[in-house]
Design a protein around this ligand. Structure first.
Ligand SMILES: Nc1ncnc2c1ncn2[C@@H]1O[C@H](COP(=O)(O)OP(=O)(O)O)[C@@H](O)[C@H]1O
Ligand SMILES: [Mg+2]
Length: 270
C-alpha cells in the first residue's frame, strides 16, 4: 500500500513547520507507524534536527538529486536512517535536503517539472506508512512539487497575524491551484496552531479565536504551546525524550495527542 503523503506548510517562515514535521513524525513512529521525513527546504533544518549533516568529503544523495533526475522511483536511493539514540527512530527515515536544493528553482519554468517529486517518490515510499514533507516558506516551485506529490496539506500557524495571513494564502492556493498542479484529489486536512504562550497572553488568545473563526473545524487539537524543550531538542538534534529542558513532558504529551488527531483526521489513501 502506498504511503500517505502530507505537505507541512505555511507561506510564512519561523512558524514551526520543520518542528512539526519532525516531532509529529516522531510521535507517529512511537505509535508504530513507519515514517519518512522528507525535507524539501534548502535550509535543511529538519534534516539537521534528525541528526543529518552534509559531508563535502563524502557527498550523499539528497532530495535535490532525486528530483533533478526526473525519473520514477529515484527517492528510493535517498532515504537514510534518523540518527537518534531512541528505539522508535528505527521506524523513522529521512530524505535530506541542503542548500543544493536551491538549484532546482532555476528549472521551474520547464513544463511538467512540478511533477518531478511525485515521480521520484513513485514506488519509493511503499515501505512507509506516512511521509511528512517539510516545505520552505514559499508557494513557488519547491512547494508546488510537494503539493503535486501530496495527498493532503497540513498548515502550521502561530497565533500571530502575519502567519495567519500566510495560512490563508496556503488554503486559497491549494483550492485554486490543485487542478493546475495535476492533483485534484489534494485535501487541506487541517491547521495546527503552534507556539502559543502557556501563560496565555490576551492578544494571543484573541488571535487563536480568529484562527478558529477563519478555519473552523479544520483547526486540530491540541494547540502546541511554546516550550523551551522543543527549541532545545531542535537545537541539539535530539528526540524530545532525551532533553531535560523545561516543558519536555507536556510537549511530548501534546505531540502524542496530535498524532492521534492526525490518524483520525487524515485522508485515507488507497
Ligand atoms: N512550540 C515551540 N516552542 C518553542 N520553540 C519552538 C516551538 N516551535 C518552534 N520552535 C522554535 O522556533 C524556531 C522556528 O521553528 P521552525 O520549526 O524552524 O519553523 P519553520 O520551519 O516554520 O521556519 C526554531 O528555533 C524552533 O526550534
Ligand atoms: Mg523550516
Amino acid at each position: 500500500m502506498a504511503a500517505r503523503r502530507t505537505a507541512v506548510l505555511n507561506n510564512r517562515g519561523g512558524v514551526g513547520k520543520s518542528d512539526m514535521a519532525v516531532r509529529l513524525g516522531a510521535a507517529l513512529a512511537k505509535r508504530g507507524r513507519r515514517v519518512g521525513i522528507l525535507d524539501f527546504d534548502p535550509q535543511g533544518n529538519a534534516s539537521r534536527r534528525c541528526g543529518w549533516r552534509y559531508d563535502e568529503e563524502k557527498p550523499q544523495l539528497t532530495v535535490s538529486e532525486a528530483v533533478m533526475a526526473n525519473r520514477v522511483g529515484t527517492m528510493a536511493q535517498v532515504w537514510t536512517p534518523v540518527e537518534w539514540n531512541i528505539e522508535y527512530a528505527s521506524r523513522m527515515t529521512l530524505a535530506p535536503a541542503w542548500l543544493e536544493l536551491e538549484n532546482r528553482m532555476a528549472e521551474a519554468g520547464v513544463v511538467g517539472n512540478h511533477l518531478r517529486l511525485a515521480k521520484a517518490l513513485q514506488g519509493a515510499d511503499d515501505h512507509l506508512d506516512e511521509v511528512l514533507m517539510d516545505c520552505p516558506p514559499s508557494l513557488f516551485h519547491l512547494t508546488q512539487m510537494v503539493l503535486a506529490a501530496a495527498h493532503q496539506a497540513l498548515i502550521v500557524t502561530e497565533p500571530e497575524i502575519d502567519s495567519i495571513l500566510g495560512a490563508k494564502r496556503v488554503r486559497d492556493f491549494v483550492a485554486e491551484k490543485k487542478a493546475t498542479l495535476h492533483n485534484d484529489e489534494l485535501v487541506l486536512a487541517g491547521v495546527v496552531v503552534n507556539n502559543l504562550d502557556p501563560a496565555g497572553k490576551a492578544l494571543e488568545r484573541e488571535q487563536l479565536g480568529s484562527i478558529r473563526r477563519i478555519f473552523g473545524d479544520l483547526v486540530w487539537d491540541p494547540v502546541v504551546h511554546r516550550r523551551a524543550a522543543l527549541a532545545t531538542a531542535d537545537n541539539q538534534a535530539i528526540p524530545l525524550e532525551l532533553t531535560k529542558a523545561s516543558g519536555a513532558a507536556p510537549a511530548r504529551a501534546t505531540f502524542e495527542l496530535l498524532a492521534e488527531t492526525y490518524e483520525k483526521r487524515s485522508v485515507t489513501v488507497a
